[in-house]
Design a protein around this ligand. Structure first.
Ligand code: SF4
Length: 368
């Protein structure tokens, strides 16, 4: 399985919590970016013949005009045989969806759309500087259905400013009534250099404590798993048969090519990170044909454990032994302690988090 991630770093407005590579840019700059993307596709042209999953993320890919999206799809179709692609996702903001865009997606082989909903609480959406309202979500879903796109994820966030456990329950109620197949539900991370971080530092906003965050997370797991959304990863839930194949490429530590500013890839025994700035990305690609700003050797055991433990099925220690010639529990004796403390469990050779362990995953991840 080889994945392809394409980053579109443009947004119509900037959300208060966002640390992704993104900017509000002129249409000319967006066109120059697409031109640079084309060159970077050319750089990876041999590898791209084997791509099986595509994910167009951002930023906000749907912030591009229909003409620009057409250009993007033409580039992709030039280098990738999309007939061999088993999952082809594009991210969209609910208020960007029109029937013309939905049809454009469908016509170009998109078979999965990921909508940035974040919460159904319109007051909190305003605090986050999100520009959609709930009506946009319902309309957007209807238009996608009309265009015969039925595999739909929504992104939600919990532990938001002003959010109570009751608010999370309301979000869950709204989400589980939608015609969707997948939910990505992340806890808010307050990143430096965001307006949210600044407002918290200046005591304009406060966040819930860790106990409430933990209670929200448990409420989410309980509610979603009892409404046919199986938890298959720390923050991801899917109806039967709808686990994200592209994201599984990351979690199963397979190769993927990242194209565009702020993207990263893992290919041919190295991890690489592209420059985040759109301006420098365009300059770099024009000079070197790629956007790589840094490269690191791939660390197979570490990466396999860090990624694999995110999955609820866990990591198969027999496979680890065969692949790396290592008895993991002997190499990392602390793991036995975590098993005794009920934070990890070992069953049928799979090492995985327990419910108690998943809440403090970072301590266990730090072992690797
Ligand atoms: S969260 Fe998404 S829409 Fe908001 S600024 Fe970041 S990339 Fe843009």
């Amino acid at each position: 399985m080889l994945g392809l991630y394409i980053h579109i770093p443009f947004c119509k407005a900037i959300c208060t919590y966002c640390d992704f590579a993104k900017e509000v840019a002129s249409s000319d700059k967006q066109d120059a970016y697409l031109n640079a993307l084309n060159k970077e596709f050319e750089y990876y042209q041999d590898a791209l013949k084997n791509v099986k999953t595509i994910y167009i993320g951002g930023g906000t890919p749907s912030a591009l005009s229909d003409i620009q999206l057409n250009t993007l799809f033409t580039i992709i179709n030039t280098y990738v045989n999309t007939k061999n692609v088993i999952e082809y996702t594009i991210e969209a903001n609910p208020n960007d969806i029109t029937l013309a865009k939905a049809n454009l997606f469908k016509k170009n082989g998109i078979n999965r759309v990921s909508l940035g909903v974040q919460t159904f609480n319109e007051k909190i959406l305003k605090v986050l500087n999100r520009k959609h309202v709930n009506e946009d979500v319902y309309n957007g879903l209807k238009l996608l259905q009309d265009a015969a796109i039925h595999n739909i994820n929504i992104d939600l966030i919990f532990n938001l400013p002003y959010q109570s456990i009751d608010n999370v329950k309301e979000d869950l109620k709204a989400a589980t009534q939608l015609p969707i197949t997948h939910i990505s539900y992340y806890s808010l991370i307050v990143e430096e250099n965001t307006k949210l971080y600044y407002d918290i530092q200046n005591k304009k906003l406060t966040l819930n404590d860790e106990d409430i965050e933990g209670e929200m997370y448990e409420t989410i797991i309980d509610t979603l798993t009892s409404t046919h959304f199986d938890q298959y990863e720390i923050s991801n839930y899917a109806k039967k048969g709808y686990q994200s194949k592209h994201n599984l490429v990351y979690w199963k530590n397979e190769d993927y090519i990242g194209i565009g500013a702020g993207s990263h890839g893992k290919y041919l025994n190295e991890r690489y990170y592209n420059t985040r700035s759109v301006k420098y990305y365009i300059e770099n690609v024009l000079k070197t044909n790629h956007g790589k700003a840094s490269r690191y050797p791939y660390e197979p055991l570490r990466d396999t454990m860090l990624m694999g433990l995110r999955l609820t099925e866990g990591v198969n220690l027999k496979e680890i032994k065969d692949r790396f010639d290592i008895e993991l529990l002997q190499a990392y004796p602390k793991l036995e302690d975590y098993i005794k403390e009920g934070l990890l469990e070992l069953s049928n050779h799979y090492l995985r988090f327990t419910r108690k362990g998943i809440l403090i995953g970072n301590i266990i991840f730090s072992l690797f």
